[in-house]
Design a protein around this ligand. Structure first.
Ligand SMILES: Cc1cc2nc3c(=O)[nH]c(=O)nc-3n(C[C@H](O)[C@H](O)[C@H](O)COP(=O)(O)O)c2cc1C
Length: 204
């Protein structure tokens, strides 16, 4: 008989600052997910050992990465089990930070199946969900030129992989000294609770 399982949420912390805005928003989102019954595992990029992709392209046919075992392999295993993923990232040069790009470059085989020559990539995460949290110093409306390409890059990758991508939470103008508004923290908590749902294709 099918057992009721708790949703499994993997969060990816792409800021190296443990007390920054991204951290505070991710804390709020994780609280929302946990309060809604999810098991949450956080991956902090600045604590991870990640070799850069060597573009050997072997993973495209083998479905595994030949590099010596590191945290990218473990991330692939976790993503295969996760009902939802939350990526919390600062904007660096109008895009995602290099560490996050490095991780995603290592995960192509774990996100899409491109083994059939000439065919469209196959989604490996159909039914899973993605939440995005992002922060930048640029004030509105300049911030739109910063957060949009950042969110778009993540949305494109994860949609290709079959994720349903929820509307992003962005905080802008972060170089003022004001604390985050309760409303934005609340929206992060709500995002976490909305992402606390099981995905049929997951077996964890
Ligand atoms: C290397 C680097 C590049 C950055 N590039 C941008 C940028 O292109 N646009 C922007 O608005 N802010 C940029 N920022 C500022 C961060 O996005 C901003 O401080 C953000 O709030 C950081 O969040 P955190 O303190 O939670 O890590 C950059 C910061 C760093 C360290």
């Amino acid at each position: 008989m099918e057992q009721n399982k708790s949703p499994f949420v993997v969060t990816i912390m792409a800021s190296p600052r443990p007390d920054g805005n991204v951290a505070k928003l991710l804390d709020a989102a994780e609280r929302g997910a946990k309060d809604a019954g999810a098991n949450v595992t956080r991956l902090t990029l600045s604590h991870m050992t990640l070799r850069p992709c060597i573009a050997c392209m072997k993973c495209r046919t083998s479905g595994s990465c030949i590099l010596p075992h590191d945290d990218a392999h473990d991330t692939a295993t976790l993503l295969a089990k996760a009902d939802s993923v939350i990526i919390a990232t600062p904007v660096y040069w109008s895009s995602i930070p290099g560490t996050l790009k490095l991780l995603l470059d290592r995960l192509v085989y774990a996100l899409i199946d491109t083994s059939a020559p000439g065919a469209m990539p196959k989604q490996l995460h159909h039914g899973a969900r993605l939440g995005i949290i992002c922060a930048c110093t640029a004030p509105w409306p300049l911030s739109l030129t910063q957060t949009r390409p950042t969110v778009k890059a993540l949305r494109r990758i994860f949609r290709l992989a079959g994720y349903t991508v929820y509307p992003a939470i962005s905080v802008t103008g972060t170089n003022n000294t004001k604390p985050l508004k309760p409303a934005i923290l609340k929206s992060a908590t709500v995002l976490g609770s909305k992402l606390s749902v099981t995905c049929r294709s997951r077996n964890h």
